[in-house]
Design a protein around this ligand. Structure first.
Ligand SMILES: Nc1nc2c(ncn2[C@@H]2O[C@H](COP(=O)(O)OP(=O)(O)OP(=O)(O)O)[C@@H](O)[C@H]2O)c(=O)[nH]1
Ligand SMILES: [Mg+2]
Length: 328
């Protein structure tokens, strides 16, 4: 294919040796939806299989503007000082429409983006129609092949089905900020359940005092909602990403949590569950892709789409009807 290296073994070797442009091209390839690209990507990924799950994956999520990019910048600098090799992927839900806000993200990660041993890359979230899948997991895998031992993933919010961050990382950090009123934004069941660590950011200036208040509120909320593990270390921390205060404590908590996962066999368990999920997500999106690209059911699908929109048939009925036809 045009624009891609011709020799797949050489391409793979270049990725392994740390050539950043070869890595970037590979990520572009796995994001490409064209059938010939999928085939080439599969060939390349087969070579990468031994390196799957070779990094520690840290997910950072939270509402827009809470400071995720600034936090990753501070956290990343700390990890680089500890001699890690760092890949940062930012999933932008809007990127399939407007090509993303990586410029904004990169400026928030200014220090990090100019450092050696750091790779920053936006990962489109994938369209919702047409069966395009989110390829962040493949991107992580390629970074692992390129020897990045730590992968940080930034994503806005939760509840976006297949881009739910906890499906693809070893630890999920939920970033929050102190509210000015009593009410703390973002305490919702979903977010309390996926978080392994909760970090209250922007604990500086006027908000410093509020941050302690927020900590108590979150600790309370953690007692109310059922969390999915019995980790007994501190789960709620306070930091200022801008002033780089409290970051070392966050790093120590990440390390403690990782040890907890390893000692309780939970790291492997998590990864096994995620691999299955990944398999089924691929089954879903490939089925949809093949179905919509192929010509066999084209007119039936068009007919059903119209009927659904005109409310002559419910979406549920239409889906059942189509699947019955296919499996007949
Ligand atoms: N005072 C203060 N401001 C912060 C802190 N961290 C981030 N900010 C500011 O908050 C704003 C948003 O920061 P970002 O890092 O871009 O937030 P984000 O969560 O990545 O935003 P999106 O990617 O748009 O969802 C910026 O103006 C930052 O300077 C902090 O610790 N203290
Ligand atoms: Mg950001």
């Amino acid at each position: 294919m045009k624009h891609y290296p011709e020799d797949i073994n050489q391409w793979f070797a270049a990725i392994r040796s740390g050539d950043v442009s070869s890595l970037s091209k590979a990520i572009t390839l796995v994001e490409n939806e064209k059938p010939e690209a999928l085939e080439l990507a599969n060939e390349l990924l087969q070579l990468c299989r031994p390196y799957l799950n070779s990094s520690f994956r840290i997910g950072v999520t939270g509402i827009p503007g809470v400071g995720k990019s600034t936090f990753i910048n501070a956290l990343g600098k700390n990890l680089i000082q500890k001699r890690h090799k760092l890949a940062v992927l930012t999933i932008d839900p809007s990127s399939s429409i407007n090509k993303g806000s990586i410029l904004g993200d990169k400026t928030r990660m200014m220090d990090l983006s100019s450092m050696e041993n750091v790779y920053i890359r936006p990962s489109p979230s994938g369209g919702t129609l047409g069966g395009a899948a989110n390829k962040t997991r493949e991107a992580i895998w390629l970074c692992e092949t390129a020897n990045y031992d730590t992968v940080l993933i930034e994503t806005v919010g939760v509840g976006q089905s297949e881009i739910d961050i906890d499906k693809m990382v070893d630890i999920t950090i939920v970033l929050m900020m102190p509210a000015t009123g009593d009410d703390l934004q973002g305490i919702k069941r979903g977010i309390m359940e996926i978080g392994d660590l909760f970090v209250i950011n922007k604990a500086d200036g006027n908000l410093e005092k509020e941050a302690n208040h927020a900590k108590a509120t979150i600790l309370n909320a953690l007692n109310l909602f059922q969390n999915n593990h019995d980790y007994s270390g501190s789960k709620v921390l306070i930091c200022s990403s801008l002033q780089e205060k409290g970051i070392e404590e966050v790093v120590q908590s990440i390390i403690n949590f990782k040890t907890y996962l390893q000692e309780n066999e939970l790291l492997n368990e998590r990864r096994k569950t995620q691999l299955l999920q990944w398999f089924y997500d691929n089954v879903d999106s490939l089925l949809r892709h093949k179905l919509l690209q192929g010509s066999k059911y084209k007119s039936l699908i068009q007919e059903l789409e119209q009927k659904v929109q005109n409310q002559h048939i419910s979406p549920t009925e239409a889906a059942h009807f189509l699947i019955e036809k296919i499996l007949l």
